[in-house]
Design a protein around this ligand. Structure first.
Ligand code: GLU
Length: 584
């Protein structure tokens, strides 16, 4: 979940380059940071600190090579000593992921090394140094291979070795991408880190080791030690998409961008969507998996397939799928929904699927992501980089693509396309400054509440769950979503005078549930196409028939954003969270 970035070149400003690049990766983890810099093969100087890297204004000693890290702690508290890079012997490394067996490794190494941090990462530095020592620092590839075989878990490591040229990196489950420049090369956990320097990339695959110098990139298989040839790929993203472009926060910028991004899903050809849907063979069954917001998008997909295509899809949280894995057989489709395409839990399910000859399908925002690359068919969200931790434009694009898939499986894709075009136009009209102001005003009235409840039924039930996630993650208000009909079975006991309840929809049944809440003293905020007497506050959404979940989630995103602002919080960087969850 952390951000890793390293560069090697001929100029002596490598430390500054890494600092700037890490600032662009801060969305991946931001509890602490560290950068090590060196000239040629000398021993590095390491600087570390706690807090956000965006606030770091330091200068670095001259260096042609530098490796850096923004941490999202898994092992050991958020302290300076636990911040990466970690050095043991001649090895200085940064680590993304978890070494599951680090305690056992630490025990075996503790007589030879003294450890200063509580992290699993420092143990890996010692393990690699130990392996290098054994072959007298002669054969680095072989030493790293030997060490890697002993590490259990999913991880990416980037390191430099005193006395040895280059930056060395291994990928086993966590993303690493190489950027190739002129007399300078880069390696990072995500492209924005080096986008201002180069757009030519090599994707490191699992089980690969890379060696970067200022003029060369060599890749080896960790399995047999042989060299691997890689294709240079040009990335389409531009720098502009990765900046706030005048907006106060990425979250707000990305909410407003939905005016266009939802419609970009229409750029997929009908043939490509048909192929995708036909792979979801009816007889062999289909599982749709996702985590957090992507899981709620998958749930919307489940309702859409049921309504429009008369088909029941099994939707399971990626984290829980291992308990159902035995139902995956040859030909069963697993559809992974993920913004980053790097979610560790989803990757594990897909690896199981590959072993059992399942059909792997995916919808992600990154066509070159690990999930996309292991899929038989992949549909890209085409929203551009999503930087705010809270997913907004990726989720609406996920729902839009699932809607096109459901129509393809049902009455025909052209109906889906027409509906999506109309929905896009309605959302474009809805998202105007007056609309945002109205929602900001409502946020101003309710931001002091510590509990919020949200109800919805049918395909708005997953949106009630998503509303709770959005509000929790950016405003830290305790929010809970329920199926409207579920209220009487328990949650209604929580309602007292003045409790704020958000009601999604103005259909008869939902309004009855709203009246039940009001009768117990609740203040009702309705988000619906029509106003109703039961609503104390009302946010209008256009009537978009089957695409209603797409339109309804947008005012909720705005509400969550303004709740965070009114509570004095930074909605782009909620505490304890990171953008792509690459650890289990
Ligand atoms: N497990 C390592 C730590 O806790 C790395 C975590 C990360 O991916 O940021 O320091």
């Amino acid at each position: 979940m952390c951000g890793v970035f390293a560069t090697i070149g001929t100029k002596e400003n490598a430390g500054e380059t890494v600092l700037e690049g890490l600032k662009k990766l801060e969305y991946r983890g931001y509890d602490s940071w560290g950068i090590a810099t060196r000239v040629a093969t000398s021993s590095p100087t390491t600087m570390k600190g706690t807090g956000k890297i965006s606030e770091v204004r330091t200068s670095f000693p001259n260096g042609t090579t530098s490796i850096g890290h923004t941490r999202w702690a898994t092992h050991g508290g958020v302290t300076k000593k636990n911040a990466h890079p970690h050095t043991q012997g001649c090895v200085t490394l940064v680590h993304n992921g978890i070494a599951d067996n680090f305690e056992q490794l630490k025990k075996a190494l503790k007589n030879e090394y003294s450890f200063v941090s509580d992290t699993d990462s420092e143990v890996l530095a010692a393990l690699i140094d130990h392996s290098l020592k054994k072959n007298k620092y002669k054969n680095v590839v072989s030493a790293i291979r030997t060490a890697t075989k002993q590490i259990e878990g999913r991880f990416a490591l980037v390191m430099m070795i005193e006395g040895v040229d280059g930056i060395w990196a291994i990928r086993k489950g966590s993303p690493l991408i190489i950027g190739k420049g002129k007399h300078t090369n880069y390696i990072a956990s995500d492209i924005p880190a080096f986008l201002q320097h180069t757009r030519t990339v090599n994707y490191l695959d699992d089980g690969e080791l890379a060696k970067l110098t200022s003029t060369s990139v060599e890749i080896y298989s960790l399995i047999n030690g042989k060299k691997v040839a890689k294709r240079n790929i040009k990335v389409e993203w531009n720098e502009e998409q990765a900046t706030k472009d005048g907006w106060p926060h990425f979250m707000l910028k990305e909410i407003i961008e939905q005016k266009e991004t939802i419609l970009r899903t229409l750029e997929h050809s009908s043939t490509s969507i048909q192929k995708f849907v036909h792979t979801m063979n009816k007889r062999k069954g289909a599982y749709m998996i996702g985590s957090g917001t992507a899981h709620k998008a998958a749930m919307v997909g489940e309702y859409l397939f049921a309504k429009v295509a008369d088909r029941k899809i099994n939707v399971v949280q990626s984290e829980e799928m291992s308990y159902f894995e035995r139902f995956i057989k040859s030909g069963t489709a697993i559809v992974a929904i993920s913004q980053s395409g790097e979610t560790a839990d989803a990757l594990e399910v897909l690896e199981y699927g590959v072993k059992h000859k399942a059909k792997i399908l995916s919808i992600t925002n990154t066509p070159s992501s690990s999930i996309a690359r292991m899929s038989h068919h992949h549909l890209a969200l085409n929203t551009g980089i999503e930087k705010a931790i809270a997913s907004t434009k990726a989720m609406t694009a996920q729902m839009a693509l699932l809607l096109l898939c459901a129509y393809t499986d049902g009455p025909g894709i052209s109906y889906g396309r027409t509906l999506l075009r109309e929905t896009g136009a309605n959302i474009n009209d809805m998202l105007n400054p007056r609309y945002s102001k109205h929602i900001e005003k409502i946020a101003g009235k309710i931001h002091k509440h510590e509990n919020l409840f949200i109800i919805g039924r049918n395909s708005l039930y997953p949106i009630a769950l998503e509303a709770a996630i959005k509000i929790q993650e950016v405003s830290y208000i305790h929010a809970q979503g329920f199926a409207a009909g579920e209220l009487k079975h328990g949650p209604i006991a929580l309602i007292e005078k003045g409790t704020v309840c958000i009601v999604l929809g103005s259909d008869k049944e939902t309004i009855s549930n709203a009246i039940e809440l009001q009768s117990r003293g609740a203040t009702i905020l309705g988000i619906a196409p029509e106003n109703n007497d039961v609503f104390t506050h009302w946010i209008r959404v256009p009537d978009c028939s089957e695409a209603q979940p797409i339109a309804t989630v947008i005012p909720i995103q705005l509400l969550a954003y303004y709740l965070a602002i009114k509570r004095g919080l930074d909605p782009d960087m909620p505490r304890n969270l990171a953008k792509s969850v690459t650890v289990k």
